[in-house]
Design a protein around this ligand. Structure first.
Ligand code: SF4
Ligand code: SF4
Length: 475
C-alpha cells in the first residue's frame, strides 16, 4: 500500500483550474516593409494577375468584350470562342487541369501558389501597400494605433480606407462585369439604372474584398482556406519549402559586426527578428515548418538583407527541402509527382485536342413520335424528322441539309436554312423513299449540315428510316 501523502483536491481550487477560451483573440500584425528578389517576383506576378483581372473584361473582342459569361443565354464567350452547355466536358476538363496543376505544384514547391498568386495574398499585399503609404511603416503604424483619435490619425485612416474601398469597389464592378457587359454595367451603375442584383453583387464582392484583404488577412489563410487544410498531405521531405537552417543559424544571438561570433558559440542568426516582423501571418519561421506559413518568402528577403549587412552568406532562410536540411539528397522525381504530372498531361492533351477539333455546329435529330411512316399519294414511303441545328460560331451561317447512306432517299423540303449566331433552329424535314428501294424495315442513314459560306462548318448525325414490314406489298 502506498504511503505517499494524499492531497485533498477541491474542484474550486483556483490553482488547479485553467480556463481555456476556444476563441482566440486576434493580435494585429504590423508587417515591416522590405526589399528583395522574391518581393520583386511577387510584384511582377501580382501585376500580371491584376492586369489580366482588370484588363480582360475591358478588352474588346469582336462585337463583345474578350471574356463574358452570359448566364441568361447559357453561353461563355472567351476570346472569340463561345462555349455552350454542351461544352460542359471542356469546362470539367479545365477544372480538373487546375486541380492537378495545383496538386503538382504543391508536391513540387509547397505553397508557392499561396505566396505569389492566390488572390487573397495578392489583394492583401496591395492593401498592405496602401496602409504603408498612408500610415507609414511598421513602427509608425504601431505608434499611430496607440494615439488618441485626432486630425492626423483620422486623416491617415480615412485615406487608407478610401484607397481600400476604391480597390474593393473596382474589384466588385469588374467581377460582375464578367457576367454582364461591362460598358453597360458601369453606365447603368453610374446612372442608378442597373438591375438590383447588379448592385447587390457589386456590393457583395466589394465588401468581401474589403473585409478579406483589409481586415481578416492571414485569418482567411489560417482558418478559412480549404486548400490550407489539405495541402499538408501533399508535402513530403522532398517538397520545396521556406525554411530556416538551424545548423547554420544556431545558437542565435546579437553580436557586433565583424566580431568572431563563432568563437562565442554563436551561429549566423543575429536574432534581429526581421524575419518575424515581415511575416504576413506573424509566425517565426525559426520554429520550423508551420501550417500558417504561406510560403511567400518575405522572411527570405528580410534575412538575406541582414546577412548582406553582416557580410555573411545569404540563405540562412531559404527555399530548401527537409531532406536537404538533414544533409540528405533531395529526390525530385517521385511517384506522387510523376502521378500528378501524368494526370495533368493526359487531361491537358484531351482538353487541347477537343478544343482544337471542336466544330461550333450542333445537330440533333428526333423522329416524329406519332407516326412511324406515311404512305404518300405518290406511292412512296415518307418519314418525318425534326432537326435542331445550333450555330455556336460568332457569325450567322447558311446551312445546307443533305442525306447519305440509302440510295434513292430524297428530301422533300427546302434544304437550306440560315441559323443566326448563338441560336438553335428547329427544322422539320421529310424524307421519302420509293418502295422498290426499301431493303429493310429499319435503314440507317446520315443527316449532314454544311455551311454554304466557305467556312466549312459541318455536323453529321446518324438516324433511322422506318419502312413497312412488307415493302413488297407496295410495289
Ligand atoms: S532575419 Fe535572419 S538573422 Fe534576423 S532573426 Fe530572422 S533568421 Fe535570424
Ligand atoms: S514564415 Fe516566411 S514564407 Fe512563411 S508566411 Fe511568414 S514570411 Fe512568408
Amino acid at each position: 500500500m502506498s504511503t505517499s501523502p494524499i492531497k485533498e483536491v477541491k474542484p474550486d481550487d483556483p490553482e488547479l483550474i485553467e480556463v481555456i477560451d476556444l476563441y482566440q483573440k486576434r493580435d494585429k500584425i504590423y508587417t515591416r516593409a522590405f526589399k528583395g528578389i522574391y518581393r520583386n517576383f511577387r510584384i511582377i506576378g501580382g501585376a500580371v494577375l491584376f492586369i489580366l483581372y482588370f484588363g480582360t473584361v475591358w478588352l474588346p473582342w469582336g462585337d463583345r468584350q474578350a471574356i463574358l459569361f452570359d448566364l441568361p443565354a447559357r453561353q461563355f464567350h472567351i476570346f472569340g470562342i463561345t462555349f455552350w452547355p454542351q461544352d460542359l466536358m471542356l469546362l470539367s476538363a479545365l477544372l480538373i487541369i487546375c486541380a492537378f496543376g495545383l496538386f503538382f505544384i504543391t508536391v513540387l514547391a509547397g505553397r508557392i501558389w499561396c505566396g505569389y498568386t492566390c488572390p487573397q495574398s495578392v489583394f492583401t499585399w496591395v492593401f498592405m501597400w496602401a496602409e504603408k503609404i498612408t500610415e507609414g511603416d511598421r513602427n509608425k503604424r504601431m505608434k499611430l494605433d496607440k494615439t488618441e483619435m485626432g486630425f492626423n490619425k483620422f486623416r491617415r485612416k480615412f485615406l487608407k480606407h478610401t484607397i481600400w474601398l476604391f480597390v474593393s469597389l473596382a474589384t466588385g464592378i469588374t467581377f460582375v462585369g464578367y457576367f454582364t457587359p461591362i460598358n453597360e454595367l458601369v453606365a447603368d451603375l453610374a446612372y442608378g439604372a442597373a438591375n438590383p442584383w447588379a448592385y447587390f453583387w457589386v456590393a457583395f464582392f466589394a465588401l468581401a474584398t474589403y473585409g478579406n484583404a483589409g481586415w481578416l488577412r492571414e485569418q482567411v489563410c489560417i482558418y478559412m482556406c480549404p486548400y490550407a487544410r489539405f495541402q499538408s498531405v501533399m508535402f513530403d521531405e522532398n517538397t520545396l519549402i521556406v525554411s530556416y537552417d538551424p545548423h547554420r543559424g544556431e545558437s542565435r544571438g546579437p553580436r557586433k559586426r565583424g566580431s568572431d561570433y563563432q568563437a562565442k558559440g554563436l551561429g549566423d542568426c543575429i536574432d534581429c527578428q526581421m524575419c518575424v516582423q515581415v511575416c504576413p501571418t506573424g509566425i517565426d519561421i525559426r520554429d520550423g515548418l508551420q501550417y500558417e506559413c504561406i510560403g511567400c518568402a518575405a522572411c527570405i528577403d528580410a534575412c538575406d538583407n541582414i546577412m548582406e549587412k553582416m557580410n555573411y552568406p545569404k540563405g540562412l532562410i531559404r527555399y530548401t527541402t527537409e531532406n536537404s536540411l538533414a544533409g540528405k539528397a533531395t529526390k525530385i522525381l517521385r511517384p506522387s509527382l510523376i502521378g500528378y504530372l501524368s494526370a495533368l498531361l493526359i487531361v491537358s492533351g484531351f482538353f487541347s485536342y477537343t478544343l482544337l477539333t471542336r466544330v461550333p455546329v450542333t445537330l440533333e435529330i428526333s423522329r416524329d413520335r406519332n407516326t412511324l411512316y406515311n404512305e404518300t399519294s405518290r406511292g412512296t414511303i415518307e418519314n418525318v424528322y425534326m432537326l435542331k441545328i445550333g450555330n455556336m460560331d460568332q457569325h450567322d451561317h447558311p446551312f445546307k441539309i443533305t442525306i447519305s447512306g440509302v440510295p434513292g432517299m430524297k428530301l422533300t423540303e427546302d434544304t437550306e436554312v440560315v441559323v443566326p449566331t448563338g441560336e438553335v433552329k428547329m427544322v422539320p424535314v421529310r424524307l421519302e423513299l420509293s418502295p422498290d428501294k426499301i431493303t429493310s424495315r429499319n435503314m440507317t442513314f446520315h443527316f449532314k449540315v454544311v455551311s454554304q459560306d466557305g467556312e466549312h462548318l459541318a455536323a453529321t448525325q446518324e438516324s433511322r428510316f422506318i419502312a413497312p414490314t412488307d415493302p413488297v406489298r407496295l410495289k
